[in-house]
Design a protein around this ligand. Structure first.
Ligand SMILES: CC(C)(COP(=O)(O)OP(=O)(O)OC[C@H]1O[C@@H](n2cnc3c(N)ncnc32)[C@H](O)[C@@H]1OP(=O)(O)O)[C@@H](O)C(=O)NCCC(=O)NCCS
Length: 167
């Protein structure tokens, strides 16, 4: 596995991965209607906006170890992606392709995001965890602050849990 910054050419794969990840991992914690609301948040257009926001640092875990040669990774298969907003000090999302869960991708990406946060002077990271991922984040030292919600661009929302970790 190799971790690198995401590029515009990754948008389609990232959008597809997010849709699959939400559908497969979250049905135990959310209703069909809630999952639909969440899926709408990761349309290709919205992923494009995420990529265009210069405050977002987006990392992907890929299955090809090309020694970090950014020119040689056009055929990478993206296993997992995560992103951090450097302005708000928030992990905004972390998604692993359903075929690659429980193989360490999420943990590795989270570790890289935390390192990049520290490098940017962030002392405490915040996030809104989906209900199904609260225990995952707890494993990495995040603590629950309060019940919260993911608010979608169209104003609809689904329940989440606000968490934080001092780096
Ligand atoms: C949560 C998620 C990102 C974890 O990714 P992953 O690549 O499977 O995680 P890893 O393989 O690195 O798991 C690391 C550890 O956490 C555990 N873990 C993984 N998912 C977990 C979960 N949902 N709850 C509790 N523990 C979890 C693993 O068993 C592993 O434990 P171990 O080190 O003792 O073996 C992935 O399940 C996912 O994409 N979920 C759907 C999207 C989502 O809800 N994302 C969070 C939104 S903020």
């Amino acid at each position: 596995m190799h971790i690198r910054e995401a590029k515009y050419s990754d948008i389609q794969q990232v959008a597809d991965l997010a849709q699959l990840s939400i559908q497969s991992a979250c049905e135990s914690s959310y209703s069909f209607d809630q999952i639909k609301i969440w899926l709408d948040m990761f349309s290709e257009d919205i992923i494009e906006e995420i990529f265009e926001d210069e405050n977002n640092l987006i990392l992907v875990a890929v299955n090809q170890d090309n020694g970090g040669d950014d020119e040689a990774d056009s055929d990478d298969e993206i296993l997992s992606f995560g992103y951090l907003n450097l302005e708000t000090a928030e992990i905004k999302g972390l998604y692993t392709h359903p075929d690659y869960t429980n193989q360490g991708c999420g943990a590795t990406l989270l570790e890289f995001l935390e390192t990049r946060a520290t490098d940017n002077g962030i002392l405490e990271l915040f996030l809104d965890s989906s209900l199904n991922a609260v225990d995952f984040y707890k494993n990495f030292g995040y603590k629950e602050i309060s019940s919260s919600e993911f608010v979608m661009p169209n104003g609809q929302s689904i329940p989440s849990v606000r968490m934080s970790k001092r780096l």
